[in-house]
Design a protein. Sequence first.
Length: 213
Amino acid sequence: MKFGRALAVLCIVAGAAPGSTSGVWELNSYSDFIKGKFDGVSLGRDGRLSLAPRLDTLFASEQPVIWSVVTGPDGSLYTATGHRGRVFKIDPAGKSSVLWTGDRPEIFAIAIDKRGVLYAASSPDGRIYRIENGKAQEYFNPKTKYIWSLAIAPDGALYAGTGEGGMDLPSAPLMGTFLICCLWGQGWIGGHAGGAIGWLLSLLLERVAGREA
């Protein structure tokens, strides 16, 4: 009897509930998609959605920009930042500290050798510094406005990519073979020029390594 009453009440409630209908939404413009937020997925150039890798915050620099990151032999990370000219070290445990602060606002490039010696390039009108055991000393003055990129060749030589009136400089004392790679394009700005010069340096070092092999 109780079951029958419950069933009757359920039927009355179901009959009184308003009916639902299907709806169709079409999203096909940039303004439509820009409103969305990705959660665990990434969007490719071809418009396909795929699972995205998990992202965890490893380091918060509290600086306006991070220009370059390198990994040391012990697994520590080193970051070059702007616009306060600071180089940070993040050890394998995730602990971070300011390793060095330059006298110029930008540290566009850093490189590290097999022994863990760090090289940092300050701009504008900056210099290349050698940082070892937390102590920095001036290593080379290219006498150019911007130093966009640094790279170390297999033989230990240090290469620097410069901009604005680039020049080919002779070898510097205590520096081994040193080459200034030049790239200057009208209308190019830091991010584009730095990326292009970095790519050229990588290509050059690959050829050097291939010749030595």
